[in-house]
Design a protein around this ligand. Structure first.
Ligand SMILES: [Zn+2]
Length: 353
């Protein structure tokens, strides 16, 4: 009886494992590609996320395909340092009337029609040229340096954008809300909107992000109807920081999911001073809002903070990341795995199926 039960359960278990994504983010590689792919295969890695540097390398993309590795092209949208250096008038503007910049984090205003068009065309061009299996849409949100936002952060201190004249004009035009003429300057205008029309403002800002995903997804699907779409999410549960995933980052999970095959919260627990079980809690929260494929990205080594990310903590993080309803895991980044044989062993232990 028991063996029959086990046999009946086997196919679905295998199915789940076959369907499970085990991915690495990689930003560059020197040395043999063949060796790289054989190592990935040996560790159970079946998917890669990489930027233009590697995706444009024929040896890389062809080799990945030959080895059965699914390729996603990381495509940053509103983070664009080069473009902002050339065209500073594109900067998003905060509620204090300042440009949206915090250390390396700087954002383009998401209302600029020409910029949006240019990004859609860039995605089309890259998909036509490099033939990735998927596109992984990154920095698809409003400005916030979430990597340094810890659980004790007062939500009122999180940045709110974008209050430049383009956004303010579009907002008024599209919602019919009229800013009183008596308001003097951006800080007063921002306060008035946030005090009087906060929910309409949030929905309008989320729609700017969702529509950008829709435009990119539809454009690349015209070229390859099978192309996979992933979106990188800020790792906040729906109610964290008083709903900041919508009111600050402007990522509306149910709306975004209409255009995606995967959602990938960047659950870098160590970085934001959380324990490994937090990873699973974020996956569950995303899944609650969208019963689709959620693939948490986890960090392999320390970042921003000085404290070490031990092998034990990495193992616990991986265990938490793989718990259902997760559909797999993304390691950030391969460069960090490559230099750490103990962490490689952990990956092999849980992912080589
Ligand atoms: Zn704007």
């Amino acid at each position: 009886m028991l063996s029959m039960l086990v046999m009946m359960m086997m196919p679905s278990c295998n199915q789940e494992l076959e369907d499970r994504m085990v991915a690495v983010k990689i930003y560059g590689h020197e040395g043999s590609m063949e060796k790289l792919f054989s190592e990935w295969t040996e560790l159970g890695i079946n998917t890669v996320f990489s930027g233009e540097d590697l995706i444009s390398n024929e040896q890389f993309i062809d080799g990945a395909k030959e080895n059965g590795i699914t390729t996603f092209m990381i495509f940053p949208v509103f983070f664009n340092a080069e473009e902002l250096a050339r065209s500073p008038h594109l900067y998003a503007i905060t509620s204090q009337g300042k440009i949206a910049i915090d250390e390396w984090v700087e954002f383009v205003c998401p209302s600029r029609v020409e910029y949006r068009k240019k990004m859609v065309e860039k995605a089309e061009w890259m998909v036509r040229k490099y033939h990735p299996d998927g596109i992984s849409i990154d920095f698809i949100r409003h400005f916030v340096y979430w990597e340094k936002v810890y659980s004790d952060r007062d939500p009122a201190t999180l940045p709110r954008t974008c209050f430049d004249s383009v956004c303010l004009n579009h907002f008024q035009w599209e919602t019919g809300i009229k800013l009183p003429e008596s308001l003097d300057g951006i800080p007063q205008q921002a306060d008035w909107i946030l005090e009087n029309h906060s929910e309409i403002w949030t929905s309008w800002r989320c729609a700017l992000i969702t529509s950008m995903v829709k435009e990119i997804a539809e454009a690349v699907k015209e070229i390859n109807p099978q192309i996979l779409i992933n979106v990188h999410l800020v790792p906040w549960a729906e109610k964290d920081f008083q709903g900041a995933i919508r009111s600050v980052a402007a990522q509306d999970i149910p709306a975004l999911s209409e255009y995606t095959d995967y959602l990938s919260p960047m659950t870098y627990a160590h970085m934001v001073r959380e324990e490994p079980p937090w990873i699973h809690s974020i996956v569950k929260d995303v899944y609650r809002q969208w019963e689709g494929k959620v693939i948490p990205s986890i960090q392999v080594d320390k970042a921003y903070l000085e404290s070490e990310l031990s092998t034990e903590e990495f193992e616990q993080s991986l265990i938490e990341a793989l718990k259902p309803p997760s559909n797999g895991v993304v390691f950030w980044s391969w460069e960090r795995v490559a230099s750490d044989s103990k962490k490689k062993e952990i990956i092999r232990k849980y992912c080589d199926q």
